[in-house]
Design a protein around this ligand. Structure first.
Ligand SMILES: [Zn+2]
Length: 77
């Protein structure tokens, strides 16, 4: 069994506008609708992919947004 390490990241370190974007651009598997929004966002990296996980604003089910790597990893240290 392969162990995948989940690396916690600081979502609040992102640009406020960017945070807002991620919090509103969501897909809820339960509601089957886009852009319902999420609350309690948590950001982490798993297997080289960055995810933002939160709860659907409408139904409270977990929603996960996968951030496609764009090659410009200019994170402030
Ligand atoms: Zn939902």
């Amino acid at each position: 069994m392969q162990k995948q390490e989940r690396i916690e990241r600081d979502f609040t370190a992102r640009d406020p506008e960017e945070q807002q974007e991620f919090l509103t651009m969501t897909w809820c598997n339960n509601c089957m609708q886009v852009d319902l929004g999420m609350v309690e966002p948590q950001e982490y990296e798993l297997d080289g992919v960055v995810y933002i996980e939160g709860k659907c604003k409408v139904c409270g089910e977990p929603v996960t947004t996968e951030i496609a790597p764009e090659g410009d990893e200019d994170w402030p240290d």
